[in-house]
Design a protein around this ligand. Sequence first.
Ligand code: 8DG
Length: 165
Amino acid sequence: MTCPGVTSCASRPPGQDGGMTYSCARVPVAAVALVDDLARPTRLLAARRSGPPALAGGWEFPGGKVEPGEPPAGAAVREAREELGVRVELGDPVGPGPWPLGATHEMWLWWAVTCPGEPEPQPLADHDELRWVTLETLRDVPWLANDRAVVDHVEAFLVPVADLA
Ligand SMILES: Nc1nc2c([nH]c(=O)n2[C@H]2C[C@H](O)[C@@H](COP(=O)(O)OP(=O)(O)OP(=O)(O)O)O2)c(=O)[nH]1
């Protein structure tokens, strides 16, 4: 489920997961901010939702609802595999805690990279397009309204491609 050498998400105690405390006050959604490099991320994978109609066409972080009893980090890894067809390794949580998504949901989001040897992510479920965005193109896609705060946060961590030259 995780890359070789990475502690299994399932071994983490309930209530604490990847540095975040699980509140259960809202429906938990687990997702990945998939980047090219955890230490110096220059590109981020954005995914365009194919449904439901109210959300279709909006761009988001790949992920989905945490299943009952499932550690959120494990859910993030599972959702990446189901939606993108790749195994991922999680890095740190993005931000200090779950991100509120409107009044009813909250998103547990991790920086992540694909495991070595994995293929390019594909839009296998829930999305009709994937796009690697950079600091320069992050805002070229219409993110879901609930994601604005987290996109602002992520933006501060992306390294301009020009800085690597
Ligand atoms: N994955 C994800 N969901 C988000 C983001 N922003 C946002 O408002 N949401 C909302 C959309 C949905 O209402 C909810 C995620 O639920 P989902 O429908 O994708 O969950 P799922 O894949 O488990 O789907 P389902 O089988 O339960 O229908 O969170 C985001 O960046 N990523």
